[in-house]
Design a protein. Sequence first.
Length: 105
Amino acid sequence: MRELSVYTNEIKAGVLSEAHPGYGYTFIYDADYLASDQPPVSVTLPKRKEAYQSEHLFPFFTNMLPEGANRKVICRTLKLDEEDYFGLLTAMANQDFIGAVQLKK
């Protein structure tokens, strides 16, 4: 299982995990974040106690990935499969993403 911590404005919002490479994704909010006045990570992932589960990586997180030539160069440089979206998110974790949401190992 691979996991990434999800932060919004430097506050831990939850954990994104992949049960098996390529399928089986879960996002669960941190209890302290749920109790706070902070907004949800995404309008597609409203705050709730129950974990979100999906066969595919949630579109919100997929949209954080580079596209086109940039993805090819990054994957070639890091020796990653271009279809390993979670692997690419993990490789980019702790880097500067656009917006308030950050991913950390």
